[in-house]
Design a protein around this ligand. Structure first.
Ligand SMILES: C[S@@+](CC[C@H](N)C(=O)[O-])C[C@H]1O[C@@H](n2cnc3c(N)ncnc32)[C@H](O)[C@@H]1O
Length: 218
């Protein structure tokens, strides 16, 4: 029954994707905004527009992810709450061979990622993914889903072998989450360009890599 209600709510949302150059031409997005610059560099042209909000890759988690990918060199990655698919494109450009991107609305990701070998785009609830195992997971939830995602950490941990990178909110609003996560010995929350990004690892050798990756971050 709950699933039916969720489906109806999803149907009532205004879901579409918008071209970044149109947003820039209409003055809704500055060509110098971090999202526009990141997308330009990745050659990502479409962003999801969901109920009045335009989503895309924000600078803090993008930088943490890029630094970790370049040192960890994973073979596979799961991109939860993928939105535009920018993080999947980043991983693809950094030689990650097997990538799955999941979102409730996947049209923008499908357009940005089409024809890229090794990337699968799946429409679905990122909080209910139970199958598959990847070297890395990146999760960039909307703010209202952060608490639920943190409550589901045991399920999330089953999805990755090495490292997970999770956006846990604007840094100044993340006090409670940081307190909760500080009890976990294999997690660090880094402040990156005003955002709080949690990095989880499993093996000791990855702790050193992560320390190097997040050193001197914005
Ligand atoms: C902050 S945006 C992600 C931006 C993305 N990292 C990018 O680079 O474009 C959050 C995304 O979560 C998606 N979303 C919200 N609830 C979801 C759910 N339960 N399962 C999967 N995706 C969800 C939204 O559609 C939106 O694309």
């Amino acid at each position: 029954m709950l699933d039916v209600i969720k489906d109806v709510v999803t149907c009532l949302l205004v879901l579409k994707c918008v071209r970044i150059d149109e947003l820039i031409e209409s003055g809704r997005l500055s060509p110098f905004s971090p999202i526009a610059l990141i997308c330009n560099r990745l050659r990502v042209h479409w962003l999801p527009y969901i109920d009045g909000y335009i989503y895309g890759p924000s600078p803090g988690i993008t930088e943490v992810l890029e630094r970790i990918l370049s040192l960890l060199k994973p073979n596979s990655m799961l991109d939860l709450f993928c939105g535009s698919g920018a993080f999947s494109k980043l991983a693809y450009l950094m030689n990650v061979k097997k990538i799955k991107a999941v979102d409730i609305y996947v049209e923008a990701a499908r357009r940005n990622l089409r024809k890229l070998e090794g990337i699968e785009v799946e429409e679905g609830d990122a909080l209910r993914i139970r199958s598959g195992r990847y070297d890395m997971v990146v999760a960039d939830p909307p703010e209202e889903k952060i608490r639920e995602l943190i409550d589901r950490l045991p399920e999330l941990r089953r999805l990755y072998k090495d490292v997970a990178v999770v956006w846990v909110g604007p840094y100044h609003k993340a006090v409670e989450i940081i307190k909760t996560l500080s009890r976990d010995e294999k997690c660090i929350v880094v402040e990156a360009w005003g955002d709080a990004v949690a990095v989880f690892w499993k093996k000791k050798k990855h702790e050193t890599i992560i320390e190097r990756a997040i050193k001197n971050i914005g």
